[in-house]
Ligand binder design. Structure first.
Ligand code: SAM
Ligand code: SF4
Length: 330
């Protein structure tokens, strides 16, 4: 039975975090130091993870599974997990969001295992800015990964960019030019209050309006057919007459919660009905206690039933969730 909430939305897109660990420390996501990882025994094993995804696909109407983290490429056994998810019936669409480090070697085996599509995060083309933003000198690795993803035949290859004021916000046009040249679909994401160190400030956020205005100084942008947007969070624009596009995800200033079709499973087996949910549904404990598929499916339904109409970031009483983005799965 489908995962429908009390506002009539149906969750069909499952985001699975396979680890909370990361080899970068992006300033909008993690502090420079001092973030504890989840204890290993709390992480779902490969078998546990595949069982929950299998339940979601086989009984709960999930049609797309996106692997994320933390940095999903750090999960040992990721290729095997993807292979097993691709063997599920009905086979879901399989995608991944990654920082791209290590993708030069992993793109081909992941694609062969069943990965269909990929999003690579890239916030800057300057090695110095990369170090300032991600606190590691790895821009070269990310770029190598991006090229490998496209050469392997993963399609489309999307690029996710978060702009930070005074750090990389002058690079919007350069990043778009780079992505048009490489055949990547660029999407800018407004910075959200999900960083572990609670450093997000509304006034410092680069808004969708600002990004659009900046891009329009160098490109002609025409809204793509809104009928094609569906539940996609990105507003898409044809660049210089198309066919290439750029997307803007205005999570804060242009929320799309009314069309949300997502549900999230954390690496330690907690189900979340929203990135910003303040409660979670524990699937790991009953799973390890021998719960039946019926019992687990029932928990899944109850979690979705209480999904709120919106994320509430713009409400005066908004409280950031206890878990940061890296532990929820972005
Ligand atoms: N490590 C992988 C990566 O960076 O692509 C996957 C996990 S990361 C949390 C998923 C996406 O969330 C990335 O595109 C990242 O840029 C984005 N992200 C992280 N923190 C964010 C924030 N505070 N606001 C908006 N997007 C954020
Ligand atoms: Fe790591 Fe991704 Fe967070 Fe950057 S955004 S610190 S790459 S999890």
């Amino acid at each position: 039975m489908a995962l429908t909430d009390s506002y009539g939305r149906t969750a069909t897109d499952l985001r699975v975090s396979v680890t909370d660990r990361c080899n970068l420390r992006c300033a909008y996501c993690m502090p420079a130091e001092g973030l504890d990882w989840l204890p290993r025994p709390e992480l779902l094993t490969d078998d546990e993870l595949v069982r929950l995804v299998g339940l979601a696909v086989g009984r709960l109407g999930i049609t797309e599974v996106r692997f994320t983290g933390g940095e999903p490429l750090l999960r040992r056994g990721l290729t095997g997990i993807i292979e097993r998810v691709a063997a599920l019936s009905p086979r879901p669409q399989i995608s991944m969001t990654t920082n791209g480090i290590g993708l030069d070697k992993l793109a081909a085996p992941l694609h062969a295992a069943g990965l269909d599509r990929i999003n690579v995060s890239l916030d800057t083309l300057s090695p110095e800015t990369f170090v300032a933003l991600a606190r590691r000198d790895r821009l070269g690795d990310v770029l190598k990964g991006l090229v490998a993803a496209a050469e392997t035949g993963l399609a489309p290859v999307k690029v996710n960019t978060v702009l930070m004021r005074g750090v990389n916000d002058h690079e919007a046009a350069d990043l778009l030019r780079f992505c048009l040249g490489g055949g990547y679909e660029l999407r800018f994401i407004e910075q959200m209050p999900l960083d572990a160190q609670h450093g997000w400030r509304r006034a410092e956020m680069v808004t969708a309006d600002e990004i659009l205005a900046e891009l329009q100084t160098g490109f002609s942008l025409v809204p793509a057919d809104p009928a094609e947007r569906g539940s996609a969070p990105a507003e898409t624009f044809l660049v210089d007459g198309g066919p290439q596009t750029v997307g803007i995800i205005g999570s804060v200033t242009r929320p799309f919660c009314g069309a949300c079709d997502r549900v999230r499973l954390t690496a330690d087996g907690q189900l979340r009905n929203c990135l910003f949910a303040r409660t979670e549904s524990d699937l790991r404990t009953p799973l390890r206690a021998g719960a039946s598929d019926d019992e687990l499916a029932d928990r899944w339904h109850r979690c979705l039933a209480v999904k709120l109409p919106g994320h509430g970031i713009n409400d005066p009483g908004f409280l950031q969730p206890a878990r940061p983005m890296s532990a929820i799965g972005g």
